[in-house]
Design a protein around this ligand. Structure first.
Ligand code: GLN
Length: 357
């Protein structure tokens, strides 16, 4: 796995060229417009206080439930953050996206597909269930699939495997990452469901006979500390053909970006995924820590943090914010209307007002 500078032009570089050719006053107006818009969405949902932080991992219940941050970053590196965008929380299931990409790079598409499918499960994220025909977990975004993917992470020792995972996270985030060891210990001491899933997969020959080691790796990847700003950067990196728009470093080989994004679109939001694809129409992943990371392909990334979860385990405010932003900005990937998306791509088109507000 060579990780050098990208040799392809990225969407961010293309946009940066168009921005450079733009009247600076018009550009400044657009930057201000986006900022005002993000502030308005934050205000709209600040009072939404339904749901509770996850508590099945006891340490997750210790967070400040009303923290709320929204961060947007374009593929050419223009950022907007409002609210608690610097507050750290554990990445949890959003790690599944990054480690899936790592496994694809290490083993290639076919070998990964032998172990983990790409079919939405329609089940809870922690269901103890495998595809009956193939014995594979349904997809890499449910716990079973993610544990099978963690088993595929190469390395001679447990420490080597964890170091590789953390190195991949560093490429997305542009800075070294740390594990929240309290969250890690809390999940390790309560994670019997994941243990059951892992032993079921061992019995079917889906994972190797090193269950404790693989579960430790999985729990460690879930316990990595991130902020809403970090999530926006992960999203912007995936939106930018796998190249981190702030550092220029390749976080994911370009050929695997589409695999990661299509599975995120169809399976990323637990058993809300179908409705999410319908309403929001963006590849995304949520975590029980309260984060949502969404990808606006070619355009940028969105990170929301608000730890009160709805009954499916998604951040309640996060879902509301993403639904509105998709609609207001017209960025549903299948929406054919003229929108902020068109304006974004063609820089010289006026930015339309957010729809319906
Ligand atoms: N570490 C958590 C678990 O395995 C991740 C779940 C999630 O964020 N949905 O239960």
């Amino acid at each position: 796995m060579e990780h050098l500078e990208s040799t392809h032009t990225t969407p961010g570089e293309e946009r940066a060229l168009r921005v450079a050719a733009m009247d600076p006053a018009v550009h400044a107006e657009r930057v201000q417009w986006m900022h005002d818009y993000v502030v308005s969405v934050h205000e709209r949902y600040r009072g939404l206080d339904g749901g509770e932080p996850a508590s099945y991992i006891p340490e997750l219940a210790m967070v400040e439930p009303d923290h709320f941050g929204i961060s947007v970053l374009t593929t050419d590196g223009q950022g907007n953050g409002v609210g608690d965008v610097g507050v750290e929380f554990s990445i949890q299931s959003i790690s599944k996206v990054l480690v899936y990409g790592l496994a694809l790079e290490a083993l290639g598409r076919e070998r990964v597909l032998e172990r983990v499918g790409v079919e939405p499960s329609g089940e809870r994220f922690n269901a103890i269930v495998l595809d009956e025909e193939s014995n594979r977990p349904f997809n890499p975004m449910v716990n079973a699939g993610a544990i099978a993917v963690s088993d595929l992470v190469p390395g001679a020792t447990p420490a080597d495997r964890l170091a590789l995972v953390l190195e991949v996270f560093r490429r997305y985030l542009g800075h070294p990452v740390e594990i929240d060891w309290d969250v890690y210990r809390s999940e390790k001491s309560t994670g019997n469901r994941n243990r059951a899933i892992a032993y079921l997969m061992l019995s079917k020959g889906i994972i190797d006979d090193r269950v404790d080691e693989t579960l430790d790796l999985y729990v460690a990847q879930c316990s990595v500390k991130v902020t809403a700003a970090d999530l926006a950067l992960i999203g912007a990196t995936l939106a930018n053909a796998g190249v981190n728009p702030l550092t220029g470093e390749v976080a994911l080989e370009r050929q695997y970006v589409r695999d990661v994004l299509s599975v995120s679109l169809t399976c990323g939001m637990y058993d809300y995924s179908g409705e999410w694809a319908y309403r929001v129409g963006l590849p995304a992943k949520s975590g029980v820590g309260g984060g949502i990371m969404a990808v606006l392909p070619g355009m940028g990334g969105l990170g929301v943090y608000s730890p009160r979860l709805d009954h499916l385990g998604n951040s309640a405010r996060g879902i509301a914010v993403c639904e509105d932003m998709s609609e207001d900005l017209g960025v549903h990937i299948f929406a054919p209307e003229d929108s902020w998306l068109t304006a974004y791509r063609q820089i010289d088109t006026p930015v339309p007002s957010p729809r319906g507000r």
